[in-house]
Ligand binder design. Sequence first.
Ligand code: NAD
Length: 475
Amino acid sequence: MFIDGKWVESRSGETFEVFNPATGASLATVPSGNADDATAAIDAASNAFADWSATTAYERSRLLYRSWEIMTERSEDLAQLMTAEQGKPLRAARAEVKYAADFLIWFAEEAKRVTGEWLPSQRADQRFLSVKAPVGVVAAITPWNYPISMLTRKMGPALAAGCTLVLKPAEATPLCAKATYEVFVDAGVPDGVINLVTAANPAPIGDVFTSDPRVAKLTFTGSTAVGRKLAGKSAANLQRVSVELGGHAPFIVFPDADPVHAAKGAAALKFLNAGQACISPNRLYVPASLSDAFNETLCARVDKLETGNGVVDGVGVGPLVNEAAVAKVEAQVEDARGKGAGVPVGGTRLTDGDHGSGHFFAPTVLTGVREDMTVYREETFGPVAPVITYEDPDEVIDLANDTNYGLAAYVYTRDIGVAMRAFEGLRFGIIGINDVNPTSASVPFGGMGDSGLGREGGHEGIAEYLETKTGGFAI
Ligand code: NAD
């Protein structure tokens, strides 16, 4: 753990082990913190706030710029570590490190764009000034699926705004968090400004983060169930809250689209990170007129995907995070099969050869998926592409919107009018139009409904860490 500028053990001396999900091998033992450690981290962040918030935007920008340089220099080592700890194939891990570093340079620049304004008064002897101030100490909780970029997406804007922070990473990926912290430490972050508490049991840390009156803001990325609970506690203590939660993304192919192109897009997108992404498509809506061509290409592509240890050349799909994740995917596939879905590709866990020591599920296509199947409503977080055949293009936007989630949606069409109407009609925070990667550090990321509150990245990303102060000057 990292508290007040020092790498420390937990106060209780307790530790937990971290495993490689592809091989089951133990990678390291890390400190398991409890409420006392979380409080010590908040002490440090709280004490450091006055000095850090008094630095100039240029100083904070320089720290972030230097962090970007160091992260970029270390990108190969970070990617190797990520593949070992989280499982995604090396190519995807390299892409994530680049994405993570993008937040550092983006917010190095945004730090210098925080401005205020003079506002008019009805009195001749009065002037109004409105400025932005950092909110204070930020508590951050991050998930395992993007174990470096989900940290920099919060740390970049928090530091740029002048906030100090405490962070608890997911139990499965504390090593990526440690390596990310080392980047900031080597860039020269002052003591106490960033603090890291690792823990086998997250609940006591979450309790402290959401109840300590010195914490001004909670920023959380993870499941809707946990985010909802923590946001409730934070709100009760009048902390500011941003929560980036789960999703259930529709992927709509309109009748005028090229079914082969759309199927290639779906195959590339769905199996990224073995489907363990909040913006992963969960419902592929294909018109009956294109269904044969779409399914043929999708199945051919998925059939070719190699599943295994992400360090091996050619592997396109890595392991799932743990046994519970495999069991969840298996249960959803069995439920769909039992209710009449076709399973032309995959459909089983993989246990042969080297797969036996990790948590693998075969890349799977389900056809004939219907509303009464669990997969139609619940987030899968695994390598399963459920295809739904629809008849009426006028109804497909309503079908797509029929979910409590609202994070990402995808549309394939060659008609600009159809694209625009879909973009306007879909109730989702991020929409890809013929585009399987509608994300970047430079644009807002976040969802509607049960997918969360607030936006990360873009200009809005730093606004989440600022509050407004108005001055009325009688002159
Ligand atoms: P999770 O909610 O189980 O865990 C997320 C984090 O919360 C982890 O650090 C975990 O230790 C912590 N946590 C769990 N219980 C806690 C408690 N009681 N108190 C405090 N902290 C607690 O989710 P996960 O399985 O790690 O991540 C997968 C989920 O995250 C998916 O639903 C996915 O869609 C979502 N996700 C969302 C985004 C986004 O930006 N919207 C990005 C990535 C992942």
